[in-house]
Design a protein around this ligand. Sequence first.
Ligand code: ATP
Ligand code: MG
Length: 413
Amino acid sequence: MRQSALFAKTQKQLPKDETSTNARLLLRAGFVHKEMAGVYSFLPLGLRVLNNIANIIREEMFAIGGQEVFLPSLNPKQNWQQTGRWETLDDLFRFTSLYTKTDYALAGTHEEIIVPLVQRFVSSYKELPVAIFQIQNKFRDEKRAKSGLLRGREFLMKDLYSFHANEQDLDRYYQVVKESYDRIFKKAGVEAVYTFASGGTFSKYSHEFQVLTQAGEDTVHVCGACALAVNEEILREQPGCPQCGNKNLRREKAIEVGNIFKLKTKYSSAFQLTYKDERGENKEVIMGCYGIGLNRLMGTIVETSHDKRGIIWPESVAPFLVHLLQISDRPKEAEAAYEQLQNAGIEVLYDDREEVRAGEKFAEADLLGIPWRVVISDKALAQENVEVKERKSERVELVKLQNITDFLRATNS
Ligand code: ATP
Ligand code: MG
């Protein structure tokens, strides 16, 4: 893509109330725009990152047998009354249509829709287990929305729900999802610590995936012996690590990027979701639910991967692999390089702007954080070279113009 055509540009003026590092960098780089507290528009570069994250997650969900659906945000009040959460969920957006006077909820989670839906279609042990997921916007009336993309009032979530004939099968699948989450976070370039959290009334523990950083709102206690962590709530109830008993834990700030939870029969009971077992007896379906916040994950990547000049995207989620900067007197050579890279299927943002000075282009490239910077300069061109630099390194390499595609392909494999 040509940078001259990009409608959303970098910003110098930032909203005064925006104090979080992730939002400040993403706003400056023109990846997102703030509409109000906790609500952001995703601009072309930001959406490319969000889509890359979604694709990493979607691929993994398919690999563990997930079937993708898309459920409505606008929900009937009745479903939320049936679970009691119309009254008890304090971050639930509720409103009345001024026209029909009907009450609605804007969903912040989807048990109230998915469980009755599965109840319509599944009735026998032969149809279990089943795992259903979506990547969809959630709405929550968060009291504080001050951490940029980490806590929004409208945000994208991957929510997976699994349905089982018995608890052993839920336990088996819980482990499958756990390992899938490990792969997702690793691919996305963050280190997530598996953390014991409260399981509510239905299970001893649930688990959170916590990324250690000062920017986090959560506090976890990390065990040096087994590399797991415990959240505050669990530690109050039982001192020490539930895994290995170690009592010498390290206190850290962290961001919860995902969690997994055994719901057991909490929602199946509310909606009479039962199945007939081998003997024809009616049994309640056993459930698990598993979430990942996509905006929050994107914000977390920025919090853990940046320097004073800007963002440093991991290749797996970067909006483009290559940022091509034309600063020479020979735009034709730059055009040819752009074409060469594009023909090779390499994703390039091409800074073809004529009115922008070289220094400014360099500063913007650092702010945007695209993994590879390729500069077409007069000095390098004199030797038929281009200047190649990795965003995360200080070293500039000279590469023959005709070899640039092979060079980048080799680094990308
Ligand atoms: P928190 O304790 O941070 O409020 P939660 O326990 O309410 O999170 P879940 O309801 O389990 O979170 O949602 C699943 C995932 O969705 C979380 O692990 C997190 O990554 C993400 N998430 C939750 N709330 C928000 C929010 N307000 N903005 C962005 N992402 C969120
Ligand atoms: Mg919450």
